[in-house]
Design a protein. Structure first.
Length: 145
């Protein structure tokens, strides 16, 4: 997938937004959804997406929706910091297949980091079980301002 082309309404995140496949939600409002990455690169890996946008990447999203997504990103990152006490936070965002993107609905990653824990490779992490992800989501959601 290049940076240009049509939005696939059957991409995984579109299916999650429609409720066609399950996800472990951290929080949502009318505009954004924060949910646990099912192949977490570290404990507490979260994805933030816009609900009402068919932007595939950063180049395509309307600036006002991007502002909502980045505000949600910061709000969620603050809750992650309070809940999990990471030593760092990697905020990742990939555009186009050549840029490392694998799901073509614009999203931001929050990957908590600890100096003594290795971050798993993007696209190479094992699947987490739902109960573990739900427990993390609950802890993080409890710290949202
Ligand atoms: P990208 O490579 O496009 O930046 O990131 C896509 C992310 O979606 C990856 O980190 C991958 O682990 C995650 N992912 C892929 N399939 C699913 C899924 O079915 N559910 C959830 N929650 N995350 C997924």
């Amino acid at each position: 997938m290049s940076l240009h082309g049509a939005y696939d309404t059957n991409n995984i995140f579109a299916k999650i937004l429609r409720g066609d496949i399950p996800s472990v939600k951290v929080w949502e409002d009318d505009h954004v959804l924060a949910f646990m990455d099912v192949f977490p690169q570290s404990e507490g890996h979260i994805l933030i997406i816009a609900k009402q946008s068919q932007a595939r990447n950063l180049l395509e999203i309307a600036p006002e929706l991007l502002a909502r997504v980045t505000a949600a990103l910061q709000r969620t990152a603050k809750a992650v910091e309070k809940a999990l006490k990471p030593e760092g936070l990697s905020i990742l965002q990939f555009n186009g297949e050549a840029g490392g993107q694998t799901v073509f609905h614009l999203h931001f990653h929050i990957v908590p980091r600890w100096a003594d824990r290795e971050m798993k490779g993007h696209g190479h992490a094992p699947m987490a079980d739902t109960a573990t992800l739900q427990a993390l989501a609950d802890r993080i959601a409890a710290e949202l301002d």
